[in-house]
Design a protein around this ligand. Sequence first.
Ligand SMILES: [Zn+2]
Length: 399
Amino acid sequence: MRNFDNKARAYALKNATHHGGKANSGAVISGLFAEGLEKEEVKRYAKEINEIVTSVNKLSLDEQEKEYEQIKDSISEREVREGLEELPDVPKSGVVMRFRPAPSGPMHVGHIITSMISCLYVKKYGGKFYIIIDDTDPETVLAGAYAQIKKNCDWIFGNVTKYINSSDRMKLYYEYIEKLISKGKAYVCTCSVEKFKEFSELKENCPCRNNDLKENSYRWKMMLDKKGYKPGEAVLRFKSDMQDPNPAMRDFPLARINEHNHPKQKKKYRVWPLMNLVVSVDDIELGMTHIIRGKDHMDNAKRQKMIFDVFGKKFPWTYFMGRIKFNDLVLSKRKLNAMINSGEFSGEEDERIPTIASLKKRGYKPEAFTKFAEQRGLTEVDKVIDSKEFFKIIDGFNK
Ligand SMILES: [Zn+2]
Protein backbone atom coordinates (compact mmCIF):
# COMPACT_ATOMS: atom_id res chain seq x y z
CA MET A 1 0.00 0.00 0.00
CA ARG A 2 2.41 2.63 -1.29
CA ASN A 3 3.84 4.50 1.66
CA PHE A 4 0.60 4.29 3.63
CA ASP A 5 1.38 1.13 5.59
CA ASN A 6 3.22 2.81 8.38
CA LYS A 7 0.81 5.74 8.47
CA ALA A 8 -2.22 3.45 8.56
CA ARG A 9 -0.72 1.66 11.52
CA ALA A 10 0.00 4.98 13.26
CA TYR A 11 -3.60 6.15 12.77
CA ALA A 12 -4.93 2.83 13.99
CA LEU A 13 -2.77 3.07 17.11
CA LYS A 14 -3.78 6.68 17.65
CA ASN A 15 -7.46 5.88 17.34
CA ALA A 16 -7.11 2.83 19.60
CA THR A 17 -5.29 4.71 22.35
CA HIS A 18 -8.06 7.32 22.31
CA HIS A 19 -10.82 4.73 22.48
CA GLY A 20 -9.87 2.31 25.22
CA GLY A 21 -7.72 0.10 22.98
CA LYS A 22 -10.12 -0.44 20.06
CA ALA A 23 -9.46 1.24 16.75
CA ASN A 24 -11.94 1.38 13.89
CA SER A 25 -11.04 1.39 10.24
CA GLY A 26 -13.21 4.45 9.48
CA ALA A 27 -10.95 6.62 11.63
CA VAL A 28 -7.88 5.20 9.92
CA ILE A 29 -9.29 5.95 6.48
CA SER A 30 -10.18 9.55 7.35
CA GLY A 31 -6.66 9.93 8.75
CA LEU A 32 -5.20 8.67 5.50
CA PHE A 33 -7.23 11.17 3.51
CA ALA A 34 -5.15 13.84 5.24
CA GLU A 35 -2.05 12.02 4.00
CA GLY A 36 -3.13 12.12 0.37
CA LEU A 37 -5.20 8.96 0.03
CA GLU A 38 -7.79 9.41 -2.73
CA LYS A 39 -11.44 8.37 -2.30
CA GLU A 40 -11.15 6.01 -5.30
CA GLU A 41 -8.29 4.18 -3.60
CA VAL A 42 -10.20 3.28 -0.44
CA LYS A 43 -11.64 0.10 -1.90
CA ARG A 44 -8.24 -1.07 -2.99
CA TYR A 45 -6.72 -0.65 0.47
CA ALA A 46 -9.73 -1.65 2.59
CA LYS A 47 -8.53 -5.19 3.20
CA GLU A 48 -5.06 -4.11 4.30
CA ILE A 49 -6.47 -1.43 6.56
CA ASN A 50 -8.79 -3.95 8.20
CA GLU A 51 -5.87 -6.29 8.79
CA ILE A 52 -3.87 -3.50 10.39
CA VAL A 53 -6.80 -2.55 12.64
CA THR A 54 -7.29 -6.18 13.67
CA SER A 55 -3.63 -6.59 14.52
CA VAL A 56 -3.55 -3.33 16.49
CA ASN A 57 -6.67 -4.29 18.43
CA LYS A 58 -4.97 -7.48 19.56
CA LEU A 59 -2.38 -5.44 21.47
CA SER A 60 -2.89 -4.22 25.03
CA LEU A 61 -3.50 -0.52 25.55
CA ASP A 62 -0.01 -0.28 27.02
CA GLU A 63 1.59 -1.85 23.98
CA GLN A 64 -0.45 0.40 21.70
CA GLU A 65 0.66 3.50 23.53
CA LYS A 66 4.32 2.44 23.42
CA GLU A 67 4.25 1.68 19.72
CA TYR A 68 2.30 4.85 18.92
CA GLU A 69 4.94 6.93 20.71
CA GLN A 70 7.56 5.46 18.37
CA ILE A 71 5.79 6.03 15.07
CA LYS A 72 3.47 8.96 15.67
CA ASP A 73 5.83 11.38 13.94
CA SER A 74 5.08 9.65 10.65
CA ILE A 75 1.61 11.20 10.50
CA SER A 76 0.65 14.81 10.10
CA GLU A 77 -1.49 16.72 12.54
CA ARG A 78 -3.98 17.75 9.93
CA GLU A 79 -6.68 15.18 10.45
CA VAL A 80 -8.78 17.13 12.91
CA ARG A 81 -12.17 18.71 12.92
CA GLU A 82 -12.48 22.21 11.58
CA GLY A 83 -13.31 24.91 14.09
CA LEU A 84 -14.67 24.59 17.57
CA GLU A 85 -17.62 22.48 18.55
CA GLU A 86 -20.80 24.39 19.39
CA LEU A 87 -21.60 25.41 22.96
CA PRO A 88 -25.11 24.87 24.33
CA ASP A 89 -27.50 27.69 25.31
CA VAL A 90 -25.73 30.51 23.51
CA PRO A 91 -27.80 33.73 23.84
CA LYS A 92 -28.45 35.89 20.77
CA SER A 93 -26.22 38.57 22.26
CA GLY A 94 -23.30 36.12 22.41
CA VAL A 95 -21.44 34.53 25.31
CA VAL A 96 -19.98 36.18 28.40
CA MET A 97 -16.79 34.45 29.50
CA ARG A 98 -13.79 35.23 31.66
CA PHE A 99 -10.22 34.45 32.53
CA ARG A 100 -9.00 35.12 36.06
CA PRO A 101 -5.23 35.47 36.29
CA ALA A 102 -3.74 36.12 39.72
CA PRO A 103 -1.23 38.98 39.85
CA SER A 104 1.29 36.87 41.70
CA GLY A 105 3.93 36.12 39.09
CA PRO A 106 4.67 35.98 35.38
CA MET A 107 1.98 34.67 33.03
CA HIS A 108 3.16 31.57 31.24
CA VAL A 109 2.25 29.08 28.57
CA GLY A 110 0.03 27.13 30.99
CA HIS A 111 -2.26 30.15 31.31
CA ILE A 112 -2.65 30.42 27.56
CA ILE A 113 -3.57 26.79 27.13
CA THR A 114 -6.56 26.94 29.46
CA SER A 115 -7.83 30.44 28.72
CA MET A 116 -7.39 30.62 24.95
CA ILE A 117 -10.42 28.46 24.34
CA SER A 118 -12.71 30.94 26.15
CA CYS A 119 -11.22 33.75 24.08
CA LEU A 120 -11.95 31.76 20.92
CA TYR A 121 -15.57 31.11 21.85
CA VAL A 122 -16.13 34.82 22.42
CA LYS A 123 -14.63 35.46 18.98
CA LYS A 124 -16.89 32.77 17.52
CA TYR A 125 -20.19 33.89 19.05
CA GLY A 126 -19.54 37.52 19.93
CA GLY A 127 -20.22 38.73 23.47
CA LYS A 128 -17.84 39.72 26.22
CA PHE A 129 -14.47 38.46 27.35
CA TYR A 130 -13.46 39.74 30.78
CA ILE A 131 -10.04 39.52 32.31
CA ILE A 132 -10.61 39.59 36.04
CA ILE A 133 -7.44 40.09 37.98
CA ASP A 134 -7.76 37.98 41.10
CA ASP A 135 -6.15 40.24 43.66
CA THR A 136 -8.04 39.70 46.91
CA ASP A 137 -5.22 37.87 48.64
CA PRO A 138 -3.09 40.83 49.77
CA GLU A 139 -0.14 38.59 50.59
CA THR A 140 0.41 37.26 47.07
CA VAL A 141 -0.24 40.39 45.00
CA LEU A 142 2.77 41.83 43.15
CA ALA A 143 2.36 45.50 42.26
CA GLY A 144 4.05 45.12 38.86
CA ALA A 145 1.89 42.22 37.76
CA TYR A 146 -1.18 44.30 36.80
CA ALA A 147 0.54 46.03 33.89
CA GLN A 148 2.19 42.77 32.82
CA ILE A 149 -1.15 40.93 32.72
CA LYS A 150 -2.68 43.66 30.60
CA LYS A 151 0.26 43.72 28.20
CA ASN A 152 0.29 39.93 27.89
CA CYS A 153 -3.48 39.53 27.50
CA ASP A 154 -3.77 42.34 24.94
CA TRP A 155 -1.14 40.60 22.89
CA ILE A 156 -2.22 36.97 23.19
CA PHE A 157 -6.04 37.36 23.07
CA GLY A 158 -6.65 40.62 21.24
CA ASN A 159 -10.35 40.71 22.19
CA VAL A 160 -10.47 41.65 25.87
CA THR A 161 -13.71 43.53 26.63
CA LYS A 162 -12.57 44.88 29.96
CA TYR A 163 -9.96 44.44 32.67
CA ILE A 164 -11.38 44.27 36.18
CA ASN A 165 -9.48 44.22 39.45
CA SER A 166 -11.32 42.21 42.07
CA SER A 167 -9.96 44.41 44.84
CA ASP A 168 -11.82 47.40 43.33
CA ARG A 169 -15.08 45.56 43.98
CA MET A 170 -14.80 45.09 47.73
CA LYS A 171 -17.97 47.07 48.41
CA LEU A 172 -19.89 44.61 46.26
CA TYR A 173 -18.43 41.58 48.04
CA TYR A 174 -19.33 43.08 51.41
CA GLU A 175 -22.90 43.68 50.20
CA TYR A 176 -23.21 40.04 49.20
CA ILE A 177 -21.73 38.94 52.52
CA GLU A 178 -24.30 41.00 54.38
CA LYS A 179 -27.08 39.50 52.27
CA LEU A 180 -25.80 36.00 53.00
CA ILE A 181 -25.69 36.76 56.74
CA SER A 182 -29.20 38.20 56.75
CA LYS A 183 -30.49 35.16 54.84
CA GLY A 184 -28.95 32.92 57.51
CA LYS A 185 -26.57 31.41 54.94
CA ALA A 186 -23.30 32.69 56.42
CA TYR A 187 -21.97 32.91 59.97
CA VAL A 188 -18.87 34.13 61.73
CA CYS A 189 -16.96 31.23 63.24
CA THR A 190 -14.46 31.87 66.03
CA CYS A 191 -13.33 28.28 66.42
CA SER A 192 -9.68 27.55 65.76
CA VAL A 193 -8.89 25.80 62.48
CA GLU A 194 -8.11 22.59 64.37
CA LYS A 195 -11.31 22.78 66.41
CA PHE A 196 -13.47 23.35 63.34
CA LYS A 197 -11.77 20.44 61.60
CA GLU A 198 -12.73 18.18 64.51
CA PHE A 199 -16.38 19.22 64.26
CA SER A 200 -16.27 18.80 60.51
CA GLU A 201 -14.81 15.30 60.69
CA LEU A 202 -17.59 14.31 63.12
CA LYS A 203 -20.15 15.98 60.81
CA GLU A 204 -21.20 18.11 63.77
CA ASN A 205 -22.07 21.80 63.95
CA CYS A 206 -19.58 24.10 65.62
CA PRO A 207 -21.16 26.24 68.37
CA CYS A 208 -21.06 29.36 66.18
CA ARG A 209 -23.31 27.81 63.56
CA ASN A 210 -26.43 28.21 65.68
CA ASN A 211 -25.90 31.88 66.55
CA ASP A 212 -28.84 34.11 65.69
CA LEU A 213 -28.81 36.91 63.14
CA LYS A 214 -28.15 39.57 65.77
CA GLU A 215 -25.06 37.79 67.10
CA ASN A 216 -23.80 37.10 63.57
CA SER A 217 -24.21 40.72 62.51
CA TYR A 218 -22.36 41.82 65.63
CA ARG A 219 -19.55 39.35 64.96
CA TRP A 220 -19.29 40.52 61.35
CA LYS A 221 -18.84 44.10 62.60
CA MET A 222 -16.13 42.83 64.93
CA MET A 223 -14.35 41.29 61.94
CA LEU A 224 -14.38 44.64 60.13
CA ASP A 225 -13.39 46.63 63.23
CA LYS A 226 -9.67 47.15 63.81
CA LYS A 227 -10.34 46.89 67.53
CA GLY A 228 -12.40 43.74 67.06
CA TYR A 229 -11.13 40.25 66.24
CA LYS A 230 -7.48 39.80 65.44
CA PRO A 231 -6.36 38.00 62.29
CA GLY A 232 -7.02 34.29 62.67
CA GLU A 233 -9.56 34.76 65.45
CA ALA A 234 -12.63 34.72 63.24
CA VAL A 235 -13.61 33.57 59.78
CA LEU A 236 -16.85 33.95 57.83
CA ARG A 237 -18.29 30.59 56.77
CA PHE A 238 -20.91 29.59 54.25
CA LYS A 239 -23.66 27.51 55.82
CA SER A 240 -23.67 24.53 53.46
CA ASP A 241 -24.26 21.10 54.94
CA MET A 242 -22.13 19.58 57.69
CA GLN A 243 -23.35 16.14 56.53
CA ASP A 244 -21.99 16.64 53.00
CA PRO A 245 -20.15 13.44 52.01
CA ASN A 246 -17.27 15.59 50.77
CA PRO A 247 -15.57 17.19 53.82
CA ALA A 248 -14.27 20.05 51.66
CA MET A 249 -17.88 21.20 51.09
CA ARG A 250 -18.79 21.45 54.78
CA ASP A 251 -19.29 25.12 55.77
CA PHE A 252 -16.37 26.33 53.67
CA PRO A 253 -14.86 29.78 54.46
CA LEU A 254 -15.96 32.92 52.58
CA ALA A 255 -13.84 35.69 54.14
CA ARG A 256 -10.98 36.17 56.56
CA ILE A 257 -9.06 38.91 58.31
CA ASN A 258 -5.70 39.77 56.78
CA GLU A 259 -3.97 43.02 57.68
CA HIS A 260 -1.15 42.61 55.21
CA ASN A 261 -0.56 45.72 53.13
CA HIS A 262 -2.25 45.40 49.72
CA PRO A 263 -0.14 46.91 46.89
CA LYS A 264 -3.21 48.62 45.39
CA GLN A 265 -5.67 49.10 48.25
CA LYS A 266 -3.03 49.63 50.93
CA LYS A 267 -4.60 49.30 54.40
CA LYS A 268 -8.12 50.19 53.30
CA TYR A 269 -9.58 46.74 54.10
CA ARG A 270 -8.85 44.21 56.77
CA VAL A 271 -11.44 41.59 55.82
CA TRP A 272 -10.73 39.90 52.50
CA PRO A 273 -13.25 37.72 50.67
CA LEU A 274 -11.98 34.32 49.58
CA MET A 275 -12.02 32.87 46.12
CA ASN A 276 -15.40 31.14 46.08
CA LEU A 277 -17.24 34.25 47.20
CA VAL A 278 -15.34 36.58 44.89
CA VAL A 279 -15.83 34.35 41.85
CA SER A 280 -19.55 33.82 42.55
CA VAL A 281 -20.26 37.53 42.98
CA ASP A 282 -18.30 38.45 39.84
CA ASP A 283 -20.01 35.76 37.77
CA ILE A 284 -23.47 36.81 38.99
CA GLU A 285 -22.84 40.54 38.56
CA LEU A 286 -21.14 40.26 35.15
CA GLY A 287 -23.74 37.83 33.83
CA MET A 288 -21.32 35.06 32.97
CA THR A 289 -22.97 32.59 30.57
CA HIS A 290 -20.27 29.97 30.02
CA ILE A 291 -17.23 28.96 32.03
CA ILE A 292 -14.37 26.80 30.81
CA ARG A 293 -11.77 25.98 33.39
CA GLY A 294 -9.41 23.30 34.64
CA LYS A 295 -10.63 20.08 36.23
CA ASP A 296 -8.86 21.08 39.43
CA HIS A 297 -11.70 23.59 40.03
CA MET A 298 -14.52 21.04 40.19
CA ASP A 299 -14.99 21.35 43.94
CA ASN A 300 -14.90 25.14 43.74
CA ALA A 301 -17.61 25.10 41.08
CA LYS A 302 -19.80 23.05 43.44
CA ARG A 303 -19.24 25.59 46.20
CA GLN A 304 -19.96 28.46 43.85
CA LYS A 305 -23.18 26.82 42.67
CA MET A 306 -24.34 26.71 46.31
CA ILE A 307 -23.85 30.48 46.51
CA PHE A 308 -25.69 31.00 43.20
CA ASP A 309 -28.58 28.91 44.56
CA VAL A 310 -28.98 31.18 47.60
CA PHE A 311 -29.53 34.12 45.25
CA GLY A 312 -31.81 32.14 42.94
CA LYS A 313 -29.39 32.54 40.03
CA LYS A 314 -28.85 30.02 37.26
CA PHE A 315 -25.32 28.68 37.32
CA PRO A 316 -23.42 29.24 34.04
CA TRP A 317 -22.78 26.31 31.73
CA THR A 318 -19.43 24.96 32.92
CA TYR A 319 -16.88 22.73 31.28
CA PHE A 320 -13.83 21.29 33.01
CA MET A 321 -10.86 20.95 30.71
CA GLY A 322 -8.26 18.26 31.06
CA ARG A 323 -4.87 19.53 32.08
CA ILE A 324 -1.71 19.64 30.08
CA LYS A 325 1.15 18.86 32.35
CA PHE A 326 4.68 19.50 31.19
CA ASN A 327 7.10 17.01 32.67
CA ASP A 328 10.07 19.28 32.11
CA LEU A 329 8.87 22.87 32.55
CA VAL A 330 8.65 24.95 35.71
CA LEU A 331 5.18 26.48 35.63
CA SER A 332 4.68 27.37 39.26
CA LYS A 333 4.53 31.15 39.55
CA ARG A 334 6.14 30.96 42.93
CA LYS A 335 9.08 28.98 41.55
CA LEU A 336 9.34 31.19 38.46
CA ASN A 337 9.46 34.24 40.73
CA ALA A 338 12.14 32.68 42.88
CA MET A 339 14.26 31.77 39.85
CA ILE A 340 13.96 35.29 38.46
CA ASN A 341 14.66 36.90 41.82
CA SER A 342 17.70 34.71 42.45
CA GLY A 343 19.21 35.90 39.18
CA GLU A 344 19.14 32.38 37.70
CA PHE A 345 16.99 33.90 34.95
CA SER A 346 17.43 37.42 33.71
CA GLY A 347 13.74 38.29 34.01
CA GLU A 348 10.30 37.57 32.68
CA GLU A 349 11.58 37.71 29.11
CA ASP A 350 14.38 35.20 29.61
CA GLU A 351 14.16 32.91 26.61
CA ARG A 352 14.71 29.78 28.65
CA ILE A 353 11.42 30.11 30.53
CA PRO A 354 7.95 29.64 29.03
CA THR A 355 6.46 32.98 30.05
CA ILE A 356 4.25 34.83 27.59
CA ALA A 357 6.74 37.68 27.48
CA SER A 358 9.52 35.30 26.49
CA LEU A 359 7.39 33.49 23.88
CA LYS A 360 6.66 36.84 22.29
CA LYS A 361 10.32 37.74 22.28
CA ARG A 362 11.16 34.39 20.70
CA GLY A 363 8.95 35.29 17.74
CA TYR A 364 5.82 33.30 18.47
CA LYS A 365 2.55 34.67 17.12
CA PRO A 366 -0.69 34.47 19.11
CA GLU A 367 -2.20 32.58 16.15
CA ALA A 368 0.04 29.58 16.84
CA PHE A 369 -1.59 29.19 20.27
CA THR A 370 -5.02 29.92 18.80
CA LYS A 371 -4.62 27.02 16.39
CA PHE A 372 -3.37 24.77 19.15
CA ALA A 373 -6.42 25.55 21.32
CA GLU A 374 -8.77 25.16 18.35
CA GLN A 375 -7.39 21.76 17.48
CA ARG A 376 -7.46 20.55 21.03
CA GLY A 377 -11.02 21.80 21.47
CA LEU A 378 -13.02 20.85 24.53
CA THR A 379 -11.47 17.80 26.11
CA GLU A 380 -11.48 16.27 29.55
CA VAL A 381 -8.38 14.23 28.81
CA ASP A 382 -5.27 15.07 30.83
CA LYS A 383 -2.08 15.05 28.88
CA VAL A 384 1.51 14.77 30.02
CA ILE A 385 3.81 16.24 27.46
CA ASP A 386 7.39 17.38 27.30
CA SER A 387 8.15 20.87 26.11
CA LYS A 388 9.99 19.66 23.02
CA GLU A 389 6.93 17.81 21.83
CA PHE A 390 4.65 20.75 22.68
CA PHE A 391 6.77 23.33 20.91
CA LYS A 392 7.12 21.07 17.90
CA ILE A 393 3.33 21.32 17.51
CA ILE A 394 3.32 25.06 18.20
CA ASP A 395 6.22 25.61 15.78
CA GLY A 396 4.17 23.81 13.14
CA PHE A 397 1.43 26.41 13.64
CA ASN A 398 3.76 29.37 13.93
CA LYS A 399 3.79 30.37 10.29
ZN1 LIG B 1 -17.17 27.93 65.08
